[in-house]
Design a protein around this ligand. Sequence first.
Ligand code: IMP
Length: 206
Amino acid sequence: MVKKIVFATGNAGKIREIQAILADMGLEVVSMKEAGVSVDIEENGSTYEENALIKSRAVADCLAKMGQREDAVVMADDSGLEIDCLNGEPGVFSARYMGEDTSYHIKNANLIGRLEGVEDARRTARFVCAIAAVFPDGRELTSRGVIEGRIGYEEKGSNGFGYDPIFYVPAFGRTTAELSEEEKNRVSHRGNALQEMKRQLRRIME
Ligand code: IMP
């Protein structure tokens, strides 16, 4: 009997978002840290789904060793930014683009520079998020969500993180760094992937 979701992240914002979206499922949502798991995972998959599965399985294995696997679904996400005129770069390498420790101010400036002279209509891009869920009996699910936008001409806004200041969402007329956390969660790739995962979980747990 599944009673809780252990999410493979150290990010408190992600946990808050997942708790809010899955609130009516009657499951406790805890981070891997709260579940007492600490593991270094190499994300060497070639798709977002593969990476999310790699993370979920690694945390599920740790829980199994601790004898705490029976009542927990382990979930993880992986995401990235895909810019069409750069053939989908930085994609699954978004976190590692120009080096893991390089500031996003520098990464964003670099991407804007690479798009110099590219007109509005060809600046299309999307954030993509995949979520994986691994069940105690070994069953696995994945879901995917996207948000479409365009790369801006300068950084704008100070909310969010990563590539948010250069990701302009036409429907809002703002970058995702200019949206409140609540506004962004309602339309984001992660929010959409979570909603899709919730539909799949409902079907399985009915
Ligand atoms: P991960 O899924 O936590 O490994 O994130 C991958 C990378 O994609 C992040 O480090 C960011 O660079 C980028 N990214 C993913 N989602 C977002 C977002 O919502 N805003 C800005 N950058 C993002």
